[in-house]
Design a protein around this ligand. Structure first.
Ligand SMILES: O=C(O)COP(=O)(O)O
Length: 239
C-alpha cells in the first residue's frame, strides 16, 4: 500500500488543547453566573466544536444539578465563548511529542497532509499557528467550513477531493470514535491514538484499523509502507 494522503484530527490527536478549552468554557460560565466545572468533565464533551462543548456542559448542569439555562441565555453564551476562546486558543496548547518532526518527515516523503477538525476553523488556525504547525499542512479545515462535519463521511471526502487523494490510499488519524467512524465511512483507513479526548468512551478505538502509541510511529509506518511499495513496484512491472 502506498499512502498519498494522511488526515489528522486536531484536538487530542496533534495538540493538547484541553486546558485552553476548559478555561474558555469556565470563563464563559462565570460571566453568566454559572458554577465552574472540572476540566475532565468539560473535556468529556469535546468533539463537535467548542460551541457544542459548551452546550453539552450546560445540558449536563441542567440534568445533574437542575441548573438550567434558557435558550436566550444559551444563544448569548455562544458569541462570548467564541471571543474568550479566540483570545486564548493556541497560547498555551502544546503539540504532542514528536508531532512537528513526524509531520515534516511525512511531507518530505511526498505525503499530503490535512488537518480535519470539528473545531471552528478560525480557532483551529490559531491553535496551529500557536504551536507552529500551520505550515505543516497542505489543507486545514474546521467543522464550521465543512459541508458536513465529522462523523459524516463527506467531511473526509471533501478533504480528499481538495487534495486529489483516493480513500484507498488515505488514512485519517484521530482520538475518538467520531474520527474512526468518519474514516471508515469514507472508505479510508481509520487510525487511532489513545492520548486524547475520546468523549468518555473507553472503547473509542474499537473499530480502528490500527492503533499507534506515538506520532513518530505513524510517520515511520507510512514512510516504510511507501518505501516497500516503491521497492516492489518495478518488480511487478517487469513480471
Ligand atoms: O473542538 C472540538 O470539539 C473537536 O475538535 P477535533 O475534531 O479536532 O477533535
Amino acid at each position: 500500500m502506498r499512502y498519498s494522503v494522511i488526515s489528522f484530527d486536531l484536538d487530542g490527536t496533534l495538540v493538547d488543547t484541553g486546558a485552553e478549552i476548559a478555561i474558555a468554557v469556565n470563563r464563559t460560565l462565570a460571566e453568566f453566573g454559572l458554577p465552574r466545572q472540572p476540566d475532565a468533565l468539560i473535556l468529556g464533551f469535546v468533539g463537535a466544536g467548542t460551541r457544542t462543548t459548551l452546550q453539552r456542559t450546560l445540558d449536563h448542569l441542567c440534568e445533574r444539578d437542575s441548573v438550567c439555562v434558557n435558550e436566550r441565555c444559551r444563544a448569548a453564551m455562544g458569541p462570548r465563548l467564541d471571543a474568550i476562546y479566540g483570545a486564548v486558543a493556541g497560547s498555551s496548547a502544546r503539540a504532542y511529542p514528536g508531532c512537528q518532526a513526524a509531520l515534516r518527515a511525512l511531507r518530505l516523503g511526498g505525503v499530503k497532509l490535512a488537518c480535519l477538525t470539528n473545531k471552528e476553523h478560525r480557532h483551529a488556525v490559531k491553535v496551529l499557528q500557536g504551536t507552529g504547525l500551520l505550515e505543516a499542512f497542505d489543507y486545514v479545515v474546521g467543522g464550521d467550513l465543512l459541508p458536513q462535519p465529522k462523523p459524516h463521511p463527506q467531511a473526509l471526502r471533501h478533504v480528499l477531493a481538495v487534495l486529489g487523494g483516493e480513500p484507498q490510499r488515505a488514512a485519517h488519524v484521530g482520538d475518538s470514535a467520531t474520527d474512526v467512524e468518519t474514516a471508515r465511512a469514507a472508505g479510508a483507513e481509520a487510525w487511532f491514538v489513545p492520548w486524547g479526548y475520546p468523549g468518555g468512551r473507553a472503547d473509542a478505538g474499537r473499530d480502528a484499523d490500527r492503533h499507534f502509541t506515538g506520532l513518530p510511529e505513524i510517520a515511520d509506518f507510512v514512510l516504510s509502507a511507501n518505501r516497500s511499495h516503491a521497492d516492489t513496484a518495478p518488480a511487478r512491472l517487469a513480471a
